[in-house]
Ligand binder design. Structure first.
Ligand SMILES: Nc1ncnc2c1ncn2[C@@H]1O[C@H](COP(=O)(O)OP(=O)(O)OP(=O)(O)O)[C@@H](O)[C@H]1O
Length: 331
């Protein structure tokens, strides 16, 4: 597979910023996740790499080769979209085989059959191989779409929220499968998601986009534990990071305007008394909704907590994050 390198890439749509001066390297064999709210430029980045959009400025290299002026087919990338794109009149088998039948590839028939069977098994649809694409559930269609990318051996895979239309169980199964397949193939994969569990568990690196600009690039742990700004800190973590006036607990560093408290930054049992508004049992976590001097705080607690709404619990920060008035991290 190959490394993807973006250097100073910009793309506007009229006055709208798609991406702005984007410089990023997706190393060979890495799994990079792009995070950012809607409109941040994630899809535009994938479309620029695949050649579906043309950059206004900057260079894109795949495997060291400048591809800025190449067509999508010449770039040899495989893209999976959020919405499945299958040939409805073909069977699942024919849909999966289609990318291998390109005259350029000249894949032998027995090799095609072997790859199609292998991918169908990985995606758990071998019993559907002879169904028409239209005779599948939405989740099965999306698995075939992913399969159509995986049967190929492109320079890079580009995936735009490929699991978002699937139910929770299939999504978590495929998350693990996709990560395993990527690691086994040593594939280079650039992946867009809004799902932070996908980002945390699959990514080797995460790139955070803000209005077309790359504001931080690092491992999931770096992004979570050492965010450069409040914006980045707010992209990961459930419940979301709590933000309070910096001086609320005393001891804030000079220049701090906001203290950012993730659940693990909130110690219970000492400090300032806060009111319990509600204890929320979500099954996999138990959330404690608190209020302190008119500020709402959401944190986590023991599932067997005796705390109830109306009670008081003392809290204090531990290893919290501090930000200045512009949201830049200062401590
Ligand atoms: N074809 C287009 N024409 C006009 N504006 C566009 C076009 N494609 C993208 N944009 C604009 O570029 C910006 C970035 O869009 P993009 O789709 O890359 O965001 P995104 O991060 O992928 O968002 P989402 O999470 O909603 O998919 C947005 O302001 C969007 O409105």
């Amino acid at each position: 597979m190959a490394e993807v390198q973006l250097t100073g890439v910009s793309k506007r749509f009229g006055r709208e910023i798609g991406v702005e001066d984007l410089t990023m390297t997706v190393a060979d064999g890495s799994f990079v996740v792009l995070l950012g709210p809607t409109g941040a430029g994630k899809t535009t980045t994938l479309r620029l790499i695949s050649g579906l959009e043309k950059a206004d400025a900057g260079d894109i290299r795949i495997g060291g080769q400048l591809v800025t002026n190449l067509t999508p087919a010449q770039r040899d990338v495989a893209m999976v979209f959020q919405q499945y794109s299958l040939y409805p009149h073909l069977t699942v088998r024919e849909n999966l085989a289609f990318p291998l039948k390109s005259p350029i590839l000249r894949t032998p028939e027995d090799e095609i059959a072997r790859k199609v069977t292998e991918i169908a098994e990985v995606l758990r649809i071998p019993h559907k191989l002879d169904n028409k694409a239209t005779a599948l559930s939405g989740g099965e269609m999306q698995r075939v779409s992913i399969g159509r990318a995986l049967v190929r051996d492109p320079q890079v895979y580009l995936m735009d929220e490929p699991l978002s239309s699937l139910d929770a169980k299939l999504r978590s199964d495929l998350r693990i499968e996709l990560k395993r397949i990527q690691a086994d193939l040593g594939a280079t994969l650039l992946y867009v998601t809004h799902d932070q569990i996908e980002a945390m568990t699959m990514a080797t690196q995460i790139g955070v986009l803000d209005n077309g600009r790359l504001v931080q690039f690092g491992t999931p742990r770096e992004i979570y534990e050492n965010p450069v700004s409040l914006y980045v800190a707010s992209r990961l973590g459930l419940p979301r990071i709590n933000t309070l006036p910096a001086e609320m607990f005393g001891g804030a560093p000079s220049g701090a305007a906001t203290i950012g408290l993730r659940p693990e930054h909130i110690e219970h049992g000492a400090g300032k008394p806060s009111q319990v508004v509600r204890v929320e049992h979500l099954g996999d976590q138990t959330r404690l909704h608190l209020t302190l001097d008119g500020h709402d705080i959401i944190t986590l607690t023991d599932p067997h907590t005796p705390l109830k709404g109306g009670e008081t619990v003392a809290i204090q920060p531990r290893d919290a994050l501090y930000f200045d008035a512009a949201g830049t991290r200062i401590a």
